[in-house]
Design a protein around this ligand. Sequence first.
Ligand code: ADE
Length: 283
Amino acid sequence: MGSAMASDSFGVAIVTLFPEMFDAFLGASLLGKAVSSGLVGVHRVDPRDFTHDVHRTVDDAPFGGGAGMIMKPEPVAAALSEARGLLPAGSVAVLLAPGGRPFCQELAEDWAAAPGLVLVCGRYEGVDDRIRHKVDETISIGDYVLSGGEVASMVVVEAVTRLLPGVLGNAASAQEESFARGLLEYPQYTRPATWEGMEVPPVLRSGDHGLVRSWRRAQALHRTRALRPDLFERLCLEEADLRLMELHPPVELLDHPGTPGTPDTPDTSDISDISDTSDTEPG
Ligand code: ADE
């Protein structure tokens, strides 16, 4: 099961007992376009196709006892080997499991630079641990347990493929992300400028691109400090960043009439609203 792959396309091969789970995911949105245009070629390989008994058995009871079933190593290894063979040499093979190394943006960037990616999805209580020795990495997408690796592999596919040249559609977005490296995102708004009594910060409608940029960086810094102190501590902040934070208070402090419990508004009346400037307004 797979789509035709142009020689310069990025290859993904997913080893899964539930290939149909990927139908909508691979057909929709930016990834759907990347697949149909041949920028990304996706194969799905089912370990059940590599069994040799009438019941097509892929699981068995755990040695040592305990609840649930474990995916047998032979069909998974055979499917993995088939998947590797469908992709160029140098592709990365990854097992999705809650006991893996945490997935992060740096890994997504590394893997987007590889020729392809094999993703092995576990089910039941997990995969026989010897499969770890057949892959390059074992990855977890977070500290919670899913019923299988399929959804986790979708997370990885989306994070990696959106970094491929031509997939995101807007190269500026990737640049913007690297500007904000290590920070949470700054708040974004679209029309209407006032909604349910809440006003979009006037600075964003000022038409002053330099001011907007520094306001956004200050907001990203405030948000990171408030919500992810662990990330904030790791930042190498320059004096200029600290000054920006003082200059632009957190957007959470904006006074929204009708929103209970918000402190007083910082005075932004000196920023003129030239919201009819076409290049600053959402179109
Ligand atoms: N399979 C089950 N839970 C998972 C998780 N958190 N990350 C990756 N794969 C998983």
